[in-house]
Ligand binder design. Structure first.
Ligand code: SF4
Length: 395
């Protein structure tokens, strides 16, 4: 079990949370077969509290394990032979095969033994661009391929906030990414803490970077063409969570899919099905409670785990999110972010209205968005009500 601040939960070292131990599984490129995903869900039902999550970064989480059940769960997952499911791995966009650049960076980390030297949350995204790009995902190193095949190299942020060092071809971008990793391994720090002098040194030899153009942040819901000629049906877990039984039922119904791929923004991509099967599975997934319509208001709400899942929570964020979606909110071109404490674990990128539970109340703020009076009133009233209800319950 891990209690180290800043550490990430893994299968072998789950993290203590408000509803027990939390394990995280991240198979290479998020790829699972329906049978293997069903196996994970069944084990989650047996050994956890039956709730699984796909995170905003596309990682699978299992909640409610105990000190006794976690090792049993881990050995059952290991028996599924999923390949490496934790440790450092470059994050890649889900609609394209992992590019060679990602493999090169992964190999460097293994060869140099950096897994033990890098700070726990150090991350690298290698994004070949597509409808489901990785702009919303923050990373220590961000590599984005442009249409002309050149790579934009950034550090310490997401697509909007990263510090862009410059542009280079694939070899140059790879060399620079390895140099940055060497630096991070030497210091044990994070790229966001680089000094100006360090950034200047990392810029030498690169073409100057233009600003990365903002791209729409698409939800992983609908039909998608994959870069290898395949196609995928995308569905999403409502507010990032699903019951184990529902996931097992979905996997059984999709047993003829070649792959079910985990995707950022709590998505599942069902790959290798023809149009009639996609249609049938979309209906089945909707009946199971998954999000299957790109206009579903649940896609516009980012919520943290909240109470009772997180011990720091001051309200039940998922319940508030469900109420907001049922009321047809949010009602503007922005996302609603519900955070049950100041930490803001689920903070999305882009225009946003934030409701944050703090000591003694809830605060409302917005960035690039103008919330309607109806939304403001709803959030303050319901946020306060749920906050007071939790206070009464916990004393
Ligand atoms: S934002 Fe706070 S309450 Fe919500 S999951 Fe993170 S730590 Fe817990």
């Amino acid at each position: 079990m891990t209690t180290r601040r800043g550490a990430c939960p893994t299968l072998s070292a789950p993290m203590k949370t408000g509803d027990g131990l939390l394990a995280r599984i991240a198979p290479a490129h998020g790829a699972l077969t329906p049978e293997k995903l069903a196996g994970i869900a069944k084990a989650a039902g047996r050994y956890g509290n039956g709730i699984l999550e796909v995170t905003a970064r596309g990682k699978l989480q299992i909640r409610g394990l105990t000190a006794e059940s976690a090792p049993l769960f881990a050995s059952e997952i290991n028996a599924l032979d999923l390949g490496p499911v934790d440790g450092f791995a470059v994050e890649t966009a889900p609609l394209a095969p992992p590019p060679p650049l990602a493999e090169r960076i992964n190999a460097h980390v293994v060869e140099r033994g950096y897994a033990a030297l890098l700070a726990p949350k150090v991350s690298v995204t290698v994004d070949v661009g597509s409808a489901l790009h990785l702009d919303a995902i923050g990373a220590d190193i961000k590599l984005i391929m442009a249409d002309d095949g050149q790579w934009l190299i950034g550090v310490g942020g997401n697509g909007a906030t990263a510090h862009w060092l410059g542009v280079g071809d694939e070899r140059v971008a790879g060399d620079r990414a390895l140099a940055i990793l060497d630096l991070l391994a030497q210091t044990g720090g994070r790229a966001r803490d680089f000094t100006q002098a360090q950034k200047n040194a990392l810029r030498v030899g690169l073409e100057p970077a233009l600003q990365h153009p903002a791209r729409a942040d698409s939800a992983p819901v609908g039909r998608f063409a994959l870069k290898d000629g395949e196609n995928a049906l995308g569905i999403a877990l409502p507010f990032g969570q699903v019951a184990a039984e529902a996931l097992v039922t979905l996997c059984d119904a999709a047993s003829d899919a070649e792959e079910i791929r985990l995707a950022p923004r709590s998505g599942l991509l069902l790959i290798g099905l023809d149009a009639p099967r996609q249609e049938a599975l979309s209906r089945a997934a909707e009946a199971l409670g998954f999000v299957t319509d790109g206009h579903d208001p649940r896609l516009s709400i980012a919520t943290c785990a909240g109470a009772p899942a997180c011990a720091s929570a001051r309200f039940d964020a998922k319940a508030l999110a469900a109420e907001a979606a049922a009321a047809g909110l949010p009602d503007g071109p922005f996302r609603l972010h519900l955070s049950a404490c100041e930490k803001g674990c689920a903070q999305p990128a882009g225009p946003v209205v934030n409701l944050i539970a703090v000591e003694g109340g809830c605060t409302l703020s917005s960035v690039g968005a103008k919330p309607s009076e109806r939304l403001r009133t709803f959030l303050i009233e319901r946020g306060e009500t749920l906050r007071a209800a939790l206070l009464r319950k916990t004393g």
